[in-house]
Design a protein around this ligand. Structure first.
Ligand code: 8YV
Length: 314
């Protein structure tokens, strides 16, 4: 059987299926990872990674017979893709299959934040309704939605948001040609022209802390920040301060800097919606992501081209 190294927590159903075909060595839960590497390192031909846990250059370069890294995620910022590709190691990810579910959560957040749905639910559950009515929310229809990163997921959210009557603008580092949405030359300009700023670009060093204090100030005291992409893209301490000082109206976040840790300040805020990185967490999407991981591995080890390779970064 082919030997794989597991560096991320994957769903148990996928592990069971993989273990029928491969010998999977658990690196993350290993008591002595060094010993494990010295014992099985030369046999490892593939790595199983995830969206928030992937191999660094050090690990990639230690595995002399490594051929493929299959990530159970669309985002590949946790894996050092450059180090892998420099060595001719193929990296695969799971695009397309999770686009709809991630866009659905982003759209849910877009509706929830201005309408104060999270706060309303807590209001009812805590018995406050007995003392009076909940404060008013804000109409979503007619709001300006600014999308940071108009890729597969950004476009899927834009299509949903159009149906709800939002006006859509975007900022993307790539020239996207003629689109029906208004393009802004900088993120700052986009934030200034938005009531809701949605973060849906890729993570990693190129986008680290892109949404910082000045961008939040450009969004302004009536603006909402939504992040369903990566915690690293938002300067989290700056976001906490902006919320504390009412420099933005609220936020809805599925991702954080040091998951699963969430700052206590955010947990205490009524105008913040928080979910535990669940954007792609449905039975259907996780099944499809798992199938893609397996199909990529199978194609590669059968000597065929993989289905969804991460594009060359070199
Ligand atoms: C997953 C993700 O929750 O696809 C991504 O990039 O962040 C999520 O779909 C995560 O990758 C699970 O490993």
């Amino acid at each position: 059987m082919i030997d794989l190294l597991l560096v991320a927590q994957l769903p148990p159903f996928l592990m069971q299926e993989l273990e029928k075909t491969y010998t999977v060595h658990d690196f993350i839960n290993s008591k002595d990872p060094e010993k494990l590497l010295s014992e099985v390192g030369p046999r490892i031909r593939g790595i199983l990674a995830g969206g928030t846990k992937g191999p660094n250059a050090n690990l990639i370069n230690r595995l002399e017979n490594l051929e493929i890294i299959a990530s159970f995620s669309v985002g590949y910022d946790a894996t050092d893709v450059l180090a892998a590709q420099e060595r001719g190691v193929i990296v695969t990810h799971t695009p397309e299959v999770l686009t709809g579910d991630v866009a659905d959560l982003a759209m849910t957040f877009i509706l929830m934040a201005p309408r104060r749905i999270g706060e309303s639910e807590r209001f009812l559950r805590s018995g406050k309704w007995m003392q009076g009515r909940m404060d008013l929310g804000t109409t979503v229809r007619g709001m300006r939605l600014g999308i940071l990163g108009l890729g597969r997921i950004g476009r899927a959210v834009a299509r949903r948001a159009e149906v709800f009557g939002l006006n859509i603008g975007y900022f993307d580092i790539l020239p996207l040609g003629d689109l029906q949405y208004r393009s802004y030359p900088t993120l700052h300009d986009l934030a200034e022209a938005s009531d809701i700023l949605l973060v849906t670009c890729q993570g990693g060093d190129t986008t680290r802390n892109l949404v910082d204090g000045p961008v939040l100030d450009a969004l302004g005291p009536d603006g909402f920040l939504i992040n369903t992409a990566r915690g690293s893209i938002v300067d989290q301490p700056a976001l906490v301060t902006a919320l504390q000082e009412n420099r933005i109206a609220g936020a809805a976040l599925d991702v954080f800097h040091a998951e699963p840790e969430v700052p206590a300040e955010l947990l205490a805020m009524e105008n913040v919606i928080l979910t535990p990185h669940i954007a792609s967490s449905t039975h259907e999407t996780r099944r499809a992501m798992a199938d893609l991981v397996k199909d990529n591995l199978k194609a590669h080890f059968d000597g065929k081209a993989v289905l969804t390779a991460v594009p060359p970064l070199l």
